[in-house]
Design a protein. Structure first.
Length: 29
């Protein structure tokens, strides 16, 4: 993901990755 010229798609993908990380981490706690 480029910091300059970031696109909506990049943001959606980034949010998707964060969402998956949260889903994977929270149940382990």
């Amino acid at each position: 993901i480029k910091i300059v010229g970031i696109t909506t798609v990049d943001i959606k993908l980034f949010e998707g990755i964060i969402g998956k990380v949260k889903v994977n981490v929270i149940p382990e706690k």
